[in-house]
Design a protein around this ligand. Structure first.
Ligand SMILES: [Zn+2]
Ligand SMILES: [Zn+2]
Length: 245
């Protein structure tokens, strides 16, 4: 599998950047994971023909993870009018908040599929499973498995023990690390770099990529505090960069 980072900031981007968006590809499959602001423009660099996009997965309905769906609806609709897109695009997402779920649909742009913990989906032999995270909105971490490789994306979450079991056995964990540990308190609905390191050690992982950066913090410092805990392969998400699983 190949992962391309389209956007790695949240809950707003830095100048020239985008919020959450990742393109996951295998030989026969293209999947968009999250679609925050700025992601559609980046996606079209790699997948200008939306017929080739097999599915979209949305972790949760915070705008930094889904707001470009509002614009993508128009792209789908107009590409259909111009005969450039044959089918609506399948999208997998939580059904809450209801008003956001309802708002996404526009002129049949998407085929909506609701996800829950325990949902199991297979797309061209790629298996996808979900774990509900600890976040103010209903949010899911996702595991993508193909050819004995497992890739996990955290979505947004606070630290919770159940996450460790879910990420176990993954070849790569793409994990939100929104803030430095010195700014962490119980009201922050995200992970610090140090917490990501602790999760990775407890789950016995060998490789982690940090993402979902708050633009006000130093990513170098975040990397350092994670490294102090997690001694294995650690990278930061960079927009436009590919990572192989
Ligand atoms: Zn977020
Ligand atoms: Zn969120």
């Amino acid at each position: 599998m190949k992962l391309t980072v389209l956007g790695c900031y949240g809950p707003y981007p830095k100048a020239g950047g985008s919020c959450s968006g990742y393109l996951l590809e295998s030989e026969e499959t293209k999947i968009l994971i999250d679609c925050g602001n700025g992601v559609l423009s980046k996606l079209l660099n790699y997948c200008n023909d939306l017929n080739k996009l097999d599915a979209i997965f949305i972790s949760h309905m915070h705008p930094d993870h889904m707001s470009d769906l509002m614009v993508m609806r128009y792209a789908i609709n107009i590409k259909q009018m111009f005969g450039k897109l044959k089918q609506p695009i399948p999208i997998y997402l939580p059904a809450s908040p209801q008003e956001e779920y309802d708002r996404i649909q526009y002129q049949g742009a998407f085929v909506r599929n609701i996800i829950h913990e325990g949902t199991e989906i297979s797309i061209n032999n790629m298996k996808v499973t979900f774990k509900k995270t600890d976040h103010p909105l209903e949010c899911y971490a996702m595991a993508f498995e193909k050819d004995n490789k497992k890739f996990v994306y955290s979505g947004d979450t606070k630290y919770f023990d159940g996450f460790i079991d879910f990420v176990k056995g993954s070849n790569l964990l793409l994990c939100e690390a929104n803030i430095l540990h010195k700014y962490m308190n119980e009201n922050v609905p995200h992970l610090s770099g140090r917490q990501v390191g602790e999760i990775a050690v407890k789950a016995d992982l060998q490789r982690v990529i940090l993402t979902h950066f708050l633009p006000e913090i130093s990513v170098a410092e975040l990397l350092e505090e994670t490294k102090e805990v997690f001694p294995h392969m650690l990278q930061i998400a960079e927009e436009g960069k590919c990572y192989f699983i």
